[in-house]
Design a protein. Structure first.
Length: 254
């Protein structure tokens, strides 16, 4: 079984590890035994763990899952030259990563938290010679899309990477609305979860505008609710969320 080495032990590393387990042998490299023990416990299965200090990267396939502001510190502690380095660092260019890490090939990607259940939407770009290998690895945690520039990765990060947080806000708000009108909390949660599960299948094959028209009858309940969303500038707010997240990614990379 091929080995994948995760550098970092935070939430994203854990989500990726959950998606990879059973398909790859996983190693985790972190800054403390305590954090690595918690990581292994949360993963729920055995994995090899190592401290960052003087860990040898030679011939390894790495997924770099640290905080962007830690790249210099971590890079100084690691030894050797990796085979493939896949970075999930938001707003951190390949050029910046190359200043602190050695590898034959570099890839930038942006998965999301759904990697933990094998349903991530992961965008990636980088050295074309590593395209097929990196796609093969990342397909293990969900769907992938190869993009042609790092600018596109930063835009996609604001959509697919940050998107679960936006959808969580919408899910919570819709549920709260149902509770406010008198539905029991547990029933509202069940209805919301069923809604998102069904919608995820529909949106794979139907354009959003067509879905809206299929549901919204003239003068009906959906039209009334949709009008309230438009009055609340929900559409504009969603577009602004993508813009602000993208601008933040650009500032991180500068």
């Amino acid at each position: 079984m091929q080995t994948i080495t995760l550098i970092g032990s935070g939430n994203m590393a854990l989500s990726i590890a959950k998606g990879l387990q059973g398909k790859y042998h996983i190693e985790a490299v972190g800054r403390s035994k305590e954090s690595l023990n918690v990581f292994a416990k949360n993963l729920g299965s055995h994995l090899d763990t190592y401290l960052i200090n003087d860990f040898d990267l030679s011939q390894k396939n790495l997924i770099l899952c640290i905080k962007p502001h830690h790249i210099e510190e971590v890079g100084k502690q690691l030894q050797g030259k990796a085979n493939l380095l896949i970075s999930v660092l938001a707003g951190t260019s390949i050029m910046q990563i190359k200043k602190h890490f050695k590898a034959d090939s570099f890839i930038r990607c942006m998965p999301n938290i759904a990697a933990s259940i094998g349903e991530s939407m992961t965008t990636l770009t980088g050295d074309i010679n590593a395209k097929n290998e990196s796609i093969s690895i990342l397909n293990t945690i969900g769907k992938t899309l190869w993009l042609n520039s790092e600018k596109e990765i930063d835009i996609a990060t604001s959509l697919a990477g940050s998107g679960p947080a936006y959808l969580a806000l919408i899910a919570e708000s819709l549920t709260d609305g149902a509770v406010e009108q008198g539905l029991k909390r547990e029933d509202a949660m069940s209805v919301m979860r069923g809604l998102f599960e069904g919608f995820s299948g529909l949106i794979q094959h139907t354009h959003p505008s067509l879905l809206k028209d299929m549901v919204m009858s003239p003068g009906g309940t959906t039209a009334a609710g949709y009008s309230a969303l438009e009055k609340g500038n929900v559409r504009a707010a969603c577009m602004d969320a993508i813009k602000e997240a993208y601008e933040k990614a650009k500032r991180l990379s500068s």
